[in-house]
Design a protein around this ligand. Structure first.
Ligand code: HEC
Ligand code: HEC
Ligand code: HEC
Ligand code: HEC
Ligand code: HEC
Ligand code: HEC
Ligand code: HEC
Length: 321
């Protein structure tokens, strides 16, 4: 076999193996089986109180009303990005004993302790967002991110679940008078979410199929921008999503596998059926036909050129003879 071809094959094989291994290591947060086992033991102890089961069978000396407010959902935790860690990796001191130490809360790790580079980038974006500008002292990373639950988009494969999770964050406040009031400046009344977006047909369907951040953040190719922009700059152009080159391919759908993405080609048929947008024609069969034709044409041109080169050479050689 050609040596460079053999090299190429070996590289391909190496890549396949690597791709198989990396997600496995990632899923465990790079922890060894022994470390995982140790973390599980610590967590079982904390969860013996901090879970619905712990509440059902309260241990001696525990204030049930207080405990009710600090429960963790063990099922959600299991699937969360940080679910494999020991609680004490972030709640570093003062929680081993009960009652917990007075100042235990001061010893919770910050995002930047473990994600320095990412946090610097995101913090800068967040500082420009409407929330940081209007509500600086009340808003932080953990206002939106519950570390015992969150499993970010890039670690998921189901568009519906991603949308549900991310919109729950925004709707949890913007669709609840009680929570909104805790954060809003005094006397600011919560604008009803469906009324603000009354120009959008079927808002509730949109809330379940597309994320708030799709329209409320600038496009960023590396990862989601945390700059929630002023409402005047929000996206209201239907064609941004409902077109052949839907921006959603660079946003929500970039997290999905290629064949999954194709499932969402329907976006245009939806629009066509209701004749909202002109120019959103997309028929997979037609596309395939066109690509096929283009390929055949190219092949034809190449073959034609090749034959001409060969025949002129042959003719020249004949003339030499
Ligand atoms: C015996 C039951 C019990 C155990 C075991 C327990 N906790 Fe708690 N924890 C509580 C109760 C009750 C509260 C409610 C507030 C309080 O009384 O301090 C609480 C509060 C907390 C808080 C919130 C503190 C705050 O001020 O908001 C954190 C964080 C916490 N516990 C972490 C842990 C961790 C981590 C572990 C395991 C290392 C653990 N707890 C083990 C009962 C328990
Ligand atoms: C990756 C870091 C991390 C891990 C692991 C972690 N937590 Fe937390 N936890 C946090 C942060 C951050 C907060 C929010 C603190 C704040 O709001 O100031 C928090 C808050 C809490 C609270 C208070 C909740 C409330 O509503 O006030 C409790 C209780 C708690 N954690 C228990 C646990 C238990 C039990 C475990 C293990 C099963 C655990 N945590 C694992 C980072 C973590
Ligand atoms: C004790 C260290 C630690 C702390 C504290 C911590 N993380 Fe993480 N986090 C990790 C590790 C380790 C992973 C998984 C490995 C990886 O992919 O980086 C992770 C994964 C993530 C992910 C999953 C996707 C990604 O970007 O890799 C997000 C999102 C995330 N962390 C956000 C946060 C936020 C927000 C905070 C603060 C509120 C925080 N983390 C605090 C260690 C930590
Ligand atoms: C207004 C709510 C909000 C605040 C505040 C917020 N985030 Fe996020 N963050 C989100 C949403 C929504 C996502 C998208 C989650 C997803 O990927 O599914 C996200 C995603 C992320 C991701 C994953 C990005 C990626 O594409 O891999 C990281 C890491 C992260 N946030 C860290 C932070 C840190 C650090 C802070 C504080 C400086 C912060 N977030 C503050 C809402 C917020
Ligand atoms: C914990 C509550 C809370 C969460 C979570 C939250 N917001 Fe907000 N948001 C507010 C409050 C309060 C205001 C009003 C600020 C003001 O007018 O002073 C606001 C304002 C806004 C505005 C209006 C800005 C303007 O120009 O007037 C937009 C847009 C917005 N939020 C989008 C989002 C999106 C998108 C998310 C989810 C990623 C989100 N918010 C998550 C509380 C929240
Ligand atoms: C299809 C794009 C789109 C989506 C999806 C979207 N928004 Fe908006 N949003 C807008 C536009 C455009 C405006 C400006 C409307 C105006 O000023 O008339 C706006 C305005 C707002 C405002 C400002 C309200 C005010 O008047 O103070 C808030 C808050 C808001 N959106 C929150 C959300 C939340 C939360 C979600 C997710 C549940 C969401 N948006 C989803 C496009 C969108
Ligand atoms: C941020 C991307 C985005 C924007 C902007 C957007 N849409 Fe949508 N729209 C979607 C998605 C995703 C769906 C879900 C399609 C589905 O599940 O059937 C949808 C569904 C629809 C549907 C189908 C509703 C039904 O009953 O089946 C209509 C109609 C629609 N959008 C109209 C509009 C119009 C009109 C605009 C502009 C005013 C608009 N959309 C802006 C993403 C968007």
């Amino acid at each position: 076999m050609n040596t460079s071809l053999a090299k190429l094959l070996r590289l391909a094989l190496y890549l396949v193996v690597l791709c198989g291994l990396v997600p496995a290591a990632h899923a465990e947060g790079g922890m060894s089986p022994a470390a995982l086992e140790k973390a599980r033991k610590v967590n079982a102890q904390c969860l013996s109180c901090h879970s619905p089961q712990g509440l059902e069978h309260p241990q001696e000396g525990v204030d049930v009303a207080k405990l009710r407010k600090v429960l963790i959902d063990p099922l959600a935790l299991q699937n969360a990005d940080h679910g494999k860690f020991a609680c004490t990796k972030c709640h570093t001191e003062g929680y081993e004993d009960f009652p917990h130490a007075e100042d235990a809360k001061d010893n919770t790790s910050n995002c930047s302790d473990c994600h320095q580079k990412k946090t610097d980038i995101i913090q800068a974006q967040f500082d420009k967002s409407v929330h940081a500008k209007h509500l600086a002292d009340k808003f932080s990373c953990t206002t939106c991110h519950d570390l015992h639950v969150i499993r970010v988009a890039k670690n998921q494969t189901d568009a519906g679940k991603i949308v549900a999770q991310d919109n729950r964050i925004c709707l949890g406040c913007h669709d609840s008078d009680q929570t909104f009031a805790r954060f809003a400046p005094e006397k600011k009344v919560r604008p009803a979410i469906d009324e603000i977006h009354a120009w959008l047909p079927n808002t509730r369907l949109h809330w379940s199929s597309v994320r708030c951040v799709e329209c409320h953040t600038p496009l960023n190719k590396d990862m989601l921008s945390h700059e929630i922009v002023d409402k005047k700059k929000a996206e209201r152009n239907c064609v941004t999503c409902h077109s052949v080159n839907s921006q959603l391919n660079l946003r929500l759908y970039r997290y999905l596998a290629k064949d999954e993405q194709q499932k969402y080609g329907f976006l245009n048929s939806v629009m066509l059926g209701k004749s909202y947008v002109i120019g959103a024609t997309r028929n997979p069969l037609l596309d395939t036909l066109f690509i096929g034709l283009a390929a055949l044409t190219l092949l034809g041109v190449l073959a034609h050129g090749l034959i001409r080169i060969i025949t002129t050479r042959l003719r020249r050689r004949k003339q030499h003879d």
